[in-house]
Design a binder for this molecule. Structure first.
Ligand code: SAM
Length: 262
């Protein structure tokens, strides 16, 4: 599966919010985790790169009282985002990590949620990040990693999807090294243990929407077989307990170049 999975070739946008919606408690957890990393008053303009249906665009705008540009390559995801969110502080634009359609020195922060692994030309993307960020700007990456992926239980039921995830999910040390070599400091790395579903039944329902791109990449037969095993497992669990999972948050800051750049 190539890094650049095309969301326009699927109808994931129709199911995305159901399959990947986060409960209010989890959204609050992320809002606090993100605010805690940066001086709030210094963040006036944010790029929500690969914003999808806008799950984080409003949260970011509210958290910092900031202007947000939601940038997204998929027309379908973009049109759902525009339908979902109407705020004078938020603008949705077609673009990508490799081509951010904004002038240099625009943003205080670039936020990527579950997007970095989709960017095919990461070198080009980081070059663009350095241009579009203001001095000492930040890049926040919310992602699963090879390390966290091993702690989730859904991939165990879909070996083909697990293989895809393990190939494309960033390794913690490699991701940090990649940014360091290209002009960024790692200022913080944390693990946020979020509630994904209120119980195992809801967990099963969310996975069954097949919005995870690796589940779309495997055959229908493999998906159905895995789903049957997952259902059996989820039904056998105590359904009153929430299902949590750990997501990595990396905070990078652009190094200061006194002579004007790279
Ligand atoms: C898993 S979704 C995450 C959406 C959103 N950030 C969220 O957390 O709800 C991945 C998104 O990345 C977008 N995407 C794919 N390739 C991209 C690229 N090269 N640059 C930016 N976004 C990309 C997809 O279209 C999709 O909307």
């Amino acid at each position: 599966m190539p890094a650049s999975f095309d969301y326009d070739e699927t109808n994931a946008h129709e199911r995305y919010d159901k399959g990947r919606s986060l409960p209010p408690e989890t959204l609050r957890l992320w809002q606090e985790a993100i605010i805690g990393q940066l001086p709030r008053e210094e963040v006036k303009t944010i790029i929500d790169l690969g914003c999808g249906t806008g799950r984080f665009s409003l949260l970011l705008s509210d958290a910092f009282s900031a202007k947000v540009y939601g940038i997204e390559p998929s027309e379908k995801m973009l049109s759902t985002a525009r339908q979902n969110i109407s705020s004078s502080l938020i603008t949705f634009l077609k673009g990508s990590g490799e081509g951010i359609p904004l002038p240099a020195n625009t943003a205080d922060m670039i936020f990527l949620s579950m997007v970095f692994h989709h960017i095919e030309d990461k070198e080009k993307a980081l070059f663009g990040f350095r241009k579009v960020l203001k001095d000492k700007g930040h890049v926040l990456i919310r992602t699963s990693t090879r390390q966290s992926m091993k702690t989730y239980f859904w991939p165990q039921f879909f070996p083909g999807a697990m293989e895809i995830e393990m190939k494309r999910a960033p390794d913690r040390a490699e991701l940090t090294g990649f940014f360091k070599d290209r002009g960024f400091y790692l200022t913080r790395h944390l693990l946020v243990k979020q509630r994904f579903a209120k119980n195992h039944l809801e967990y099963f329902e969310k996975i069954s929407t097949r919005t995870l791109s690796s589940l779309q990449a495997i055959s229908d037969q493999e998906f159905q077989d895995g789903l049957a095993r997952l259902k059996e497992y989820c039904l056998s669990r105590n359904t009153s307990l929430p299902v949590r999972e750990e997501i990595d948050l990396f905070v990078f800051q652009l190094r200061y170049y006194p002579s004007g750049g790279d």
